[in-house]
Structure formats: structure tokens, C-alpha cells
Design a protein around this ligand. Structure first.
Ligand SMILES: CC(C)(COP(=O)(O)OP(=O)(O)OC[C@H]1O[C@@H](n2cnc3c(N)ncnc32)[C@H](O)[C@@H]1OP(=O)(O)O)[C@@H](O)C(=O)NCCC(=O)NCCS
Length: 213
């Protein structure tokens, strides 16, 4: 039986998440039924792109929550801090956060994936990995064995997180970046695209380049 789901976020990652839901439905018919997208201020172009794929805008988040919805939800907003804020806003309404994993993602043994996380196509998650809630793993990212990614972390396309790395809440790893084994990335940190991280990254700092500084 299809479960009703609403995607929060009408932007690019919202549409990518809809693609992941489509792929799941194609692989396992009867999984999800997309009711629509909620977004506080969708652009005209976003609404056009959604309508072209037959997806309705259900209004701003606060208004949608006032309708006492019972659907599951997934937050498809790229900014980790915004995602955390939205998760808090929805949290008290008792809704279920759906975990959305593309059928072409590989998930290793003894790995856990938190509720509300989105794992895109081509992603490889190794064994013994802990992925917290509302984490985004973008296409072709790689998460090494025994890594831990806490709530609302974003890993952009093609990034490589080596074994045993710990990434705290609301951090973002840029596209194609590499984080070497066993390192620690503090809360709210940003790793630039194509960086090679060779040392721990303090909380709320941005590092970039090779080696990352
Ligand atoms: C590192 C990053 C966070 C910096 O953002 P920012 O603070 O807005 O930086 P700016 O764009 O103002 O650039 C500041 C300087 O850093 C340089 N820079 C920006 N990103 C860089 C990167 N990834 N690696 C090396 N240098 C970078 C710029 O060239 C600029 O240099 P200059 O001062 O000599 O001209 C950002 O550029 C980045 O890489 N974000 C990840 C993006 C990503 O993953 N995109 C894919 C989305 S799917």
C-alpha cells in the first residue's frame, strides 16, 4: 500500500528527491504516493518545473502543518542549518520522517540510516556506518567504514568520507572533497568543493583547498 509523502523544499534538491522517490516506486511499486511539495516561497521557475512533472505545491510549511496532515515527510532543503530548523518546526507535529534511499545506492552491513535521510543514486556507504537523521548523501558520494555522520549533515556529489571519520551536526562537505581517515569535523563546519582535508576541522569554520586550510 502506498504511503502518502510530502517533500519539503521545491528547489533543485526537492526535484532530485522526487526522482529518488520515482526510482523507488519503479523498483518497488506501492511504496510512496507523493501528495506534493511544501515550500514557503517557491520561485516561479520551481513551480513550473514541478507542474511539468505533475507535482502540486501544497503551500508554505506552517500553513500545511495547520491542516493536521498525516503524511510522511522528507526535508529536501540543501542547507544543513535550514534543514535543522525545519526539522524542529515539524518535530512537534508527530509526523513520520521518511528515509529515502535510491535503489542504486549501496548500503553496507551493520550500517544504520536515520529517519528523514536521503541517499541518492551511486552512493556507496560502507560497513559499520552511522548516519543520523535528515542527512543528505548526494549522488556518487562515498562513506567509508565506521564513519559517523550526525544530524542534518550534507555530503555533496562525489565527496569521499574515509573510514572512521566523524562529522558533527549541520556540517556540509562540498562536491568532490576528500576527508582522510579518522578525522573529526566539528558542528556546522563547511568543507569546500574539491578540498582534501588532512586535519580535524573545528566547529563553524570553512576549510578549502589541498591540503584544506
Ligand atoms: C568553500 C566555499 C564554502 C566558499 O564559499 P564562499 O565563502 O562564499 O567563498 P567565495 O566564493 O566568496 O570565494 C572566496 C575565495 O575562495 C576561493 N574558493 C571558493 N571555493 C573554493 C574551493 N572550493 N576551493 C578553493 N578555493 C575556493 C574563491 O576563488 C575566492 O578566492 P579569491 O578570494 O582569491 O578570489 C564554497 O566555494 C564551496 O566550495 N562550497 C561547496 C559548493 C559545492 O559543493 N557545490 C556543489 C553543489 S551540488
Amino acid at each position: 500500500m502506498n504511503i502518502d509523502i510530502v517533500v519539503v523544499g521545491a528547489g533543485g534538491f526537492g526535484r532530485e528527491t522526487l526522482d529518488v522517490l520515482d526510482a523507488i516506486e519503479k523498483q518497488s511499486p506501492g511504496s510512496w504516493h507523493v501528495l506534493g511539495v511544501v515550500d514557503d516561497a517557491p520561485s516561479e521557475s520551481a513551480l513550473l518545473l514541478l507542474s511539468r512533472r505533475g507535482i502540486r505545491w501544497l503551500g508554505p510549511l506552517a500553513e500545511w502543518l495547520l491542516t493536521n496532515p498525516s503524511a510522511a515527510y522528507v526535508i529536501a532543503v540543501g542547507s544543513p542549518a535550514s534543514r535543522a530548523q525545519i526539522a524542529d518546526q515539524i518535530g512537534s507535529h508527530g509526523l513520520t520522517a521518511a528515509t529515502v534511499i535510491h535503489p542504486r545506492a549501496e548500503i553496507g552491513t551493520l550500517t544504520s540510516v536515520g529517519e528523514g535521510s536521503v541517499i541518492c543514486a551511486g552512493t556507496q556507504v560502507s560497513t559499520g556506518v552511522e548516519i543520523g537523521p535528515h542527512v543528505h548523501l548526494n549522488p556518487n558520494s562515498t562513506i567509508g567504514h565506521d564513519a559517523r555522520l550526525e544530524a542534518c549533515v550534507s555530503v555533496n556529489p562525489g565527496a569521499i568520507i574515509s573510514g572512521g571519520v566523524v562529522i558533527l551536526d549541520e556540517s556540509l562537505v562540498g562536491a568532490g572533497a576528500v576527508i582522510l581517515q579518522g578525522l573529526h569535523v566539528g558542528r556546522g563546519a563547511t568543507v569546500g568543493a574539491a578540498a582534501c582535508v588532512t586535519r580535524d576541522v573545528p566547529a563553524f569554520t570553512t576549510v578549502k583547498g589541498v591540503p584544506a586550510r
